[in-house]
Design a protein around this ligand. Sequence first.
Ligand SMILES: [Zn+2]
Length: 309
Amino acid sequence: MDFSRIDWRILGCSAAIPAPGQYPSAQSLRVGGTLMLIDCGEGTQIRIREVGLRGATFDVILISHLHGDHVFGLPGLMSSWTLQGRTKPLVVIGPSGLEAYLRGVNASTQGNWSYPVEFRVAEPGIVYQNDDVVVRSQALKHRIETWGYRIDEVVAPRKVCYDLAVAAGLEHADFRSLQLGRDAVTRGGRVVPNSEVTTEGRSGFSMAYLSDTSFVPELAGFARDVEFLYHESTYLERHADLAHKTGHSTAGEAASLARLAGAKRLVLGHFSQRYGRLDDFAAEALAQVQIPIAVGVSGLNPLTAFVDQ
Ligand SMILES: [Zn+2]
């Protein structure tokens, strides 16, 4: 894996009430030149500064659902961007009602945005794509309309062997076509088979963000073979009844989903504040799946968290 094009930060990972050091859900993810924000709990704009992303221009915001611990930070963040004079267009994707919520805050506070905002209502399938990423959404099972997201890096299927290609008489202008798997023709008219001057391309970064949700085995298809699965684990097994009643998951259930999906690594998060220590979350998850597991505390960079494993 080549993660040099990826920058992923957990900005907040707690459920419900914010507290010093415990911020509600928000993650930033840069893939190539595309910077995304996934959920935006209260305090997110402070966390963005604290992790060194001050001044960064987000291209896309993905919102899972309209519970406050996932969206109370969004009106403030979008307002601050106006104060900073942002002009770059923004795409905001989420459940129906998200646009009305944000426009309602603007109406009540006489706010506006200094930049174009395109709202897209999430639906099953591809909701955003460009040269860097393909973003898909999928309905989750929670108490209100909730969407999970899957982000796949766009990578060329073939890698050009520079020396071989040049020796075969090809030029830089031919490389893009070669990366896409096509044969090339030299200036002299000789056909160079793609397989003679390329090797298989690297696999791309992929992650699925599933929060908030009950354990739904069918979601494994949506998260199939992802490099990273972020799955909420609000509760431990001893509070499984509570998890089922409130549309949440236990750590063991999150791990079961990772196993069913064939995920390569698991990041847990959205922990209930009833737990003083988070050690048991990883232990309960490890009992269900033998893959690297990270406990998603605020400030974590999941890529480096897994570097030694
Ligand atoms: Zn919720």
